[in-house]
Ligand binder design. Structure first.
Ligand code: ZN
Length: 148
């Protein structure tokens, strides 16, 4: 007998809870932005949000709004995902244009067509209590100039 994980709506899925260090991050995602901390002394943008720079230890940080664009660094296709997630679920690491890599889910993507370093862009999945950043492949011609 096989058991299939029931698919439930994103609203019913687990949502992260904000901490004092991550509250600005979740406030931004709720507003449809991907904001990350940047270290003023060493210019590093990093993920996950924390109270000091992982590179130099400085607490002189500011929040910057990222483009939401990145490349698919690596991924795994889960056929037994956490309860409530679709089958299959793509668990991915995306390298953001600004540098940091973040673990996320790829949505609207056929697992058979994924390629490393393919362009992806952020979307926000509405759940109860948080808007969670996920990524989707950039359509073939998006962002390219149209020849006239
Ligand atoms: Zn730093």
């Amino acid at each position: 007998m096989t058991t299939k994980t029931p698919e439930v709506s994103p609203e019913a899925r687990f949502a992260p809870r904000a901490t004092p260090e991550t509250q600005p991050y979740w406030d931004a995602t709720a507003a449809g932005r991907l904001d990350l901390p940047r270290c003023r002394p060493c210019d590093q943008v990093f993920f996950y949000p924390r109270s000091s720079c992982p590179q130099c230890g400085s607490i002189d940080l500011e929040w910057v709004t990222c483009s939401g664009k990145g490349l698919l660094h690596t991924y795994v296709v889960s056929h037994r995902p956490a309860p409530g997630f679709p089958v299959p679920t793509v668990i991915a690491v995306v390298e953001l244009e600004e540098g940091p890599r973040m673990m996320t889910n790829l949505v609207d993507a056929d697992p058979e067509t994924l390629e490393l370093d393919m362009p992806v862009e952020v979307r926000f999945e509405q759940r109860t209590g948080a808007a969670v950043p996920v990524f989707a492949p950039v359509p073939e011609n998006a962002g390219k100039e149209v020849a006239r």
